[in-house]
Design a protein around this ligand. Structure first.
Ligand code: SF4
Ligand code: SF4
Length: 483
């Protein structure tokens, strides 16, 4: 194992690593725009330069191999002058419209300008004007004036998502990112992972049309969560309004709405990527909600619904439960404790692939569109749903049940978060909270467990399923043994 010296400190390194990787691993930060740990090395931004001791020039560290006794300096006068010149060069034609840019607050170019340049533009020439709003897809707009041509977006579509959707067109001052016309290229519109290029872009050149001009990132908080879109269980951050910046006079719904979703890097699950379904989590979780318990379509107080449900469960001799594969590990365990002995339990798929959705691929997307079938099946088995002829009660937890296939004339207790016609048909209905209103864990198809945290308080009238199971289960266990 070769030993190298960075800023005079010795480090054991691997021959497979570059100087930048050794520096990163040992807490020495070298600025970079084009380099990314999951993409090939482009070496085009020239910001990551270092100086090898004894040489009078600088070299890029992202592509500098390790060798025995290599001695590099990351902060010499020459290195500082070079970084400053590069930043001056990059901002020559950059519009510096940070005040209206969605990337402001998390822009690498802003941060580097302050850290390594700090001076106004020295150019007296007018800036080159290029396209401000180039629509790359229904999801993404490109501002070519802000682009620093790092090619991260191009490399992502070639190396990770494999759509080959983007390329660099023309040369010099005329270079622009454009849809690729090359062989094997497909439109970014069809790239199920396209929105990762928004995160990858180190400046505000690639922007989400959905998020455009809606928020400033410093008003938002990122809460760790898990995408429920399939059994991969990608780790994500759900961004929402910080409580201290809650809106009072404007539309207060923004305070309890998902502003955007970004990946949370987890090498054991999703790495730094997610598919576009995670970005659209609000479309799943912010559907119209059920807010009141019901008995045969009539709104009733919670206590009355609880009494009726308890009575149905206490009376039943052959009850069947259809268990949600969207329940958290904690909820599933509570269900098992409350009903596992009394009910014949079957795990159901709450969600199926939607029309036009990529069903499965070799990168992340899995065919099972439910986040916690793994734990549900571990607790309740994998048998297909079946009803004995003398089934006398059905408890349905979550979406996806075929109500037409339930035994006729048998009472139904139904737990659902959303407005649905079936809510009013159930003998007893309970509105339950969704994952952004709870803390919990999902275990993905490989058994890797990830946590999600609460983003919002649950709406009035809505119950946590776990508490409901505990309330129903304790009572019914006592009732069942009391004739
Ligand atoms: S659009 Fe962004 S990611 Fe793509 S080349 Fe330009 S700066 Fe880099
Ligand atoms: S691959 Fe599955 S879990 Fe990951 S972001 Fe897409 S839908 Fe969500």
């Amino acid at each position: 194992m070769p030993r190298i010296f960075i800023d005079g400190q010795p480090f054991d390194a691997s021959l497979e690593h570059t100087v930048m990787q050794v520096a990163d691993a040992n807490g020495i930060y070298i600025p970079r725009l084009c380099w990314h740990p999951k993409l090939s090395i482009a070496g085009n931004c020239r910001l990551c330069v270092v100086q090898v001791e004894g040489r009078s020039w600088v070299e890029i560290s992202c592509n500098m191999p390790v060798s025995e006794n290599l001695r590099v300096q990351t902060d010499t006068e020459l290195v500082r002058a070079h970084r400053k010149a590069i930043l001056q060069f990059l901002t020559l034609n950059h519009p510096v419209d940070c005040g209206i840019c969605d990337k402001a607050g998390e822009c690498t170019l802003q941060d580097y300008h302050v850290a390594y340049n700090g001076e106004a533009s020295v150019s007296r020439e007018p800036k080159v004007e290029i396209t401000k709003f180039y629509s790359l897809s229904s999801r993404i707009t490109l501002d070519n004036e802000r682009c620093v041509l790092c090619t991260r977006c191009v490399r992502f579509t070639h190396e990770v998502s494999k759509s080959h959707a983007l390329g660099v067109q023309d040369r010099g001052d005329y270079s622009v990112i454009r849809p690729s016309q090359g062989p094997g290229a497909s439109p970014l519109e069809h790239d199920a992972y396209s929105d990762n290029i928004i995160d990858l872009c180190p400046v505000g050149a690639l922007l989400s049309k959905d998020f455009l001009y809606k928020d400033r990132v410093w008003y938002l908080k990122a809460t760790p969560s898990v995408c429920p879109g399939c059994e991969r269980g990608c780790n994500i951050d759900v961004w929402h309004r910080k409580p201290e910046w809650a809106l009072r006079s404007l539309d207060a719904r923004h305070n309890t709405a998902i502003a955007r979703v970004t990946p949370r890097d987890n090498p054991a699950v999703n790495g730094p990527w997610v598919c576009n379904k995670a970005r659209d989590l609000a479309q799943i979780l912010e559907r119209p909600r059920a807010h009141a318990p019901m008995a045969r379509g009539r709104e009733v107080p919670f206590d009355e619904a609880l009494v009726q449900a308890r009575a149905l469960i206490a009376k039943a001799r052959r009850p069947v439960a259809l268990v949600s594969s969207w329940g958290s590990n904690e909820e599933l365990q509570a269900f098992k404790v409350a009903f596992g002995e009394r009910f014949a339990c079957f795990v159901k798929a709450d969600h199926q692939p939607a029309d036009g959705e990529v069903v499965a691929d070799e990168l992340l997307i899995r065919a099972d569109k439910n986040p916690n079938g793994h734990t549900a099946r571990a607790l309740f088995g994998s048998a297909p749903v079946a009803f004995a002829p003398d089934t006398d009660l059905v408890l349905v937890w979550g979406e996806g049940a075929d109500f037409a296939a339930l035994p006729r004339g048998v009472p139904v207790i139904f737990l659902n978060a959303y407005l649905a016609p079936e809510n009013g048909h159930a003998d007893v209905f309970f509105p339950i909270s969704v994952m952004t209103e709870q803390r919990g864990h999902f275990s993905n198809f490989e058994g890797v467990t990830s946590a999600f945290e609460r983003c919002f308080a649950k709406p009035p009238g809505v119950l946590d399923a776990q508490g409901l199971f505990e309330a129903l289960g304790v009572y019914t266990a006592r009732e069942a043994v009391t004739p």
